[in-house]
Ligand binder design. Structure first.
Ligand code: HGY
Ligand code: MN
Ligand code: MN
Length: 407
């Protein structure tokens, strides 16, 4: 059985045209007008496919295919996210939503009967760019965060998540976690270089690395860039740079990764020593002990810096997600489907955070990866070849069919 590949590619392109700003940059930030545009498009496709569409209180959208015979059984769920980072590619998240919808449609139109209902989900705010934490919708769905706290979260633009969901018409009434799936499978691009470099078509993702996000504020003293001798400086900018270098040295040893993705200087003038710097540090490692020890080493280093550089430093953790093991049984179904389709397949670790890591808290979960050309992602040059898109969606179809116990 095959999906309608042309439809998947067409919808990826169509969804990819939503959320473009004046400069043509794709910015479908959670609960923005651009996000609404994408949500309306996908919810329309779900209705066209004859799915029952529900929206929960944190704005997660679910397209449900159930029959009188199977609706009492636990559903098999797939899905991902359509919110994006800034100047994003068009595959991240969208591939899993569109392919999941297509798989349900393909089975439905073929008259397949399944023992379990099937659901495709669109989870709110997976990226965490506008509101923290990331994977917010799936975290709330899995019971890891109270919906009230999520709705109260304040965005980088000062808006409130709950108000914005209301404004775009996606403040649903259904309780998040309204049904516990029998299993959850997410198709996603790798976003890294391994599969493309090795020429592997399918990844059976067996676990996912831990993620710690923190926001660090360094207070120094503004002073004249020309007249202030080095020894008298309380340079918040220099201290921030030292933290970045220290974090890179740490993860080079521990096998993790560290990223300072946002940084703001005050007062932000070319000839004024920065008095205040606020930046974020994204630390990741597949090994929990190493991640925790790197995080602790950063905390100790901040204390040292306060003394050596005469600055005041505070830090608040925005997320602390442990590494997540996925379900080996589902990985074996993914491998079997790939082999039956004559596709190369290998086990993978997800370097990126995913909605699947939250669903893994409540049901057996795994992911299917397809290659990202040159490993590029979170970048408009993100690319997955059409053939790999279609292969990934067909493997997802096989896996969902087997998990839903198609007759
Ligand atoms: O940050 C991540 O890993 C994901 O893209 N949200
Ligand atoms: Mn993603
Ligand atoms: Mn992403």
């Amino acid at each position: 059985m095959e999906n309608n590949g042309k439809q998947i590619l067409g919808r990826l392109a169509e969804l990819g045209r939503t959320g473009l700003d004046a400069e043509g940059r794709r910015m479908r930030l959670a609960a923005s007008d651009a996000d609404r545009e994408g949500r309306d498009l996908v919810a329309g496709w779900m209705r066209e496919a004859g799915l029952r569409v529900v929206v929960d209180r944190i704005g997660n959208i679910f397209g449900i295919w159930e029959t009188d015979e199977n609706k009492a059984e636990a559903p098999v769920m797939t899905g991902s996210h359509i919110d994006s980072v800034i100047d994003a590619g068009r595959y991240d998240g969208c591939l899993g939503v569109i392919s999941g919808l297509e798989a349900l449609k393909t089975m439905k139109e073929a008259g397949i009967r399944t023992k379990h209902p099937l659901i495709v989900g669109v989870f709110t705010n997976e990226e965490g760019v506008r509101y923290s934490p990331d994977m917010m919708g799936s975290l709330v769905y899995a019971g890891g965060m109270a919906v009230e706290d999520a709705l109260a979260s304040v965005g980088t633009d000062g808006t409130i998540m709950g108000d914005e969901l209301k404004r775009i018409g996606y403040a649903g009434s259904v309780r998040p976690g309204f049904v516990t799936p029998k299993a959850f499978v997410e198709l996603h691009i790798e976003q890294g270089p391994i599969m493309d470099a090795e020429g592997v078509s399918i990844g059976a993702v067996e676990n996912l690395q831990g993620i710690h996000w923190q926001r660090i504020t360094i207070e120094g003293a503004a002073n004249h860039a020309g007249t202030t001798p080095t020894r008298m400086r309380k340079d918040a900018g220099l201290a921030a740079a030292k933290v970045n270098v220290f974090a890179r040295e740490l993860v080079t040893k521990s096998g993790g990764v560290a990223t300072v993705g946002t940084i703001a200087f005050e007062p932000g003038a070319v000839n004024v020593i920065p008095s205040r710097v606020v930046f974020t540090l994204d630390l990741r490692n597949p090994d929990k002990a190493k991640l925790d020890s790197d995080d602790a080493a950063i905390g100790a280093y901040l204390k040292e810096l306060e003394k050596s550089d005469g600055v005041r430093i505070t830090s608040e953790h925005m997320t602390c997600f442990d590494p997540v093991p996925f379900d080996d049984g589902i990985c074996r179904i993914i491998e079997k489907s790939a082999q039956n389709r004559g596709l190369s397949v290998r086990r993978m670790v997800s370097g990126a955070g995913q909605d699947a890591q939250m669903l893994a808290r409540i049901c057996p979960t795994a992911m299917i990866f397809v290659p990202s050309v040159n490993g590029i992602s979170h970048n408009p040059r993100e690319l997955t070849h059409d053939e790999d898109v279609i292969n990934g969606a067909n493997v997802l179809l096989d896996v969902l069919k087997e998990l839903a116990e198609a007759e």
